[in-house]
Design a protein around this ligand. Structure first.
Ligand code: PLP
Length: 266
């Protein structure tokens, strides 16, 4: 039997909680064969990002070419792309190979505040990669950056619905706007899914009182890609991904002196 396949194009997290490592753990847990294209190395642990080293565009292109020209994939997830040149190369390769289901996690800043993408090159994400995406998965700060709004501008569920609909204009078929950063919500972590042809729907889970949330964005997008590789329609994949990340947060554990780690095998 041929297994389902998913490819992550993202940065490495030496601490194992986010990036490539979170993606591959998630793929494996969800019964999908994971492949990886590494765009950048990061030295990080529970205390934060200590160093970032982007890979040359040529080796990123070579990794994508090696995987897609031979093995193929049922879905792609993109994460940390570091700058405009890498973003353009990834968008071009995805188009060239006609990858069927593309999940774009527009990674900009780590929760600790380290920049994982060059802000001044954000247009490459907006104009080259988002049109190739079946779904894009920003959190609130990333949505503000993409829309050119000041940080903190999205404060209510109504703001979130409007922002999700506005983000569709960049060309993806769906937007999953994640509300984990919404400050006045104490009971629930609510995300909104907007589609070009479907009205916005809300996905909610109880808010889990923990600081161990490093890697939740990567894990959500990877779970979405895994379920989409398995053939789930987007709305069902988004609901299943939400359940997966909620279980991973619930099972997170203290790890190092700072932010603990998610447990992807919950
Ligand atoms: N490191 C890498 C390589 C990532 O891709 C990401 C997030 O997308 C992070 C770190 C940041 O993780 P978090 O903001 O969840 O701490």
């Amino acid at each position: 039997m041929k297994p389902f396949l998913a490819l992550t194009i993202a940065g490495s997290d030496s601490g194992g909680g986010a990036g490539i490592q979170a993606d591959l753990k998630t793929f494996q847990e969800l019964g999908v064969f994971g492949m990886s294209v590494i765009t950048a190395l990061t030295a990080q642990n529970s205390l934060g990002v200590h160093a970032v080293h982007p890979a040359p565009v040529s080796i990123i292109e070579a990794q994508i070419e090696a995987v897609l020209s031979d093995m193929g994939t049922d879905a792609v997830k993109t994460g940390m792309l570091y700058d405009g040149a890498i973003t353009e190369a990834v968008a071009w390769a995805i188009g060239r190979y006609g990858v069927p289901r593309v999940v774009v996690d527009p990674v900009l800043v780590a929760k600790g505040g380290s920049e994982l993408f060059r802000r001044e090159e954000l247009d490459a994400l907006r104009t080259k990669l988002l049109p190739a995406a079946e779904i894009v998965t920003p959190n609130l700060p990333e949505a503000c950056a993409l829309l050119g709004l000041p940080d903190g501008a999205l404060r209510t569920r109504r703001d979130m619905e409007q922002a999700a609909i506005a983000l569709l204009d960049f060309g993806s078929r769906y937007v999953l706007l994640k509300g984990g950063h919404l400050e006045n919500e104490e009971e629930e972590a609510a995300d909104v899914l907007a589609g070009r042809d479907d009205g916005p729907v809300w996905l909610s889970a109880p808010r889990i009182p923990t600081g161990h949330t490093h890697g939740t964005g990567c894990t959500t997008a990877a779970a979405l890609a895994a379920y989409m590789a398995r053939g789930y329609p987007v709305a069902e994949a988004a609901a299943a991904a939400k359940a997966f990340v909620t279980a991973a947060i619930r099972a997170s554990f203290p790890h190092g002196a700072g932010t603990g780690s998610l447990w992807h095998g919950a």
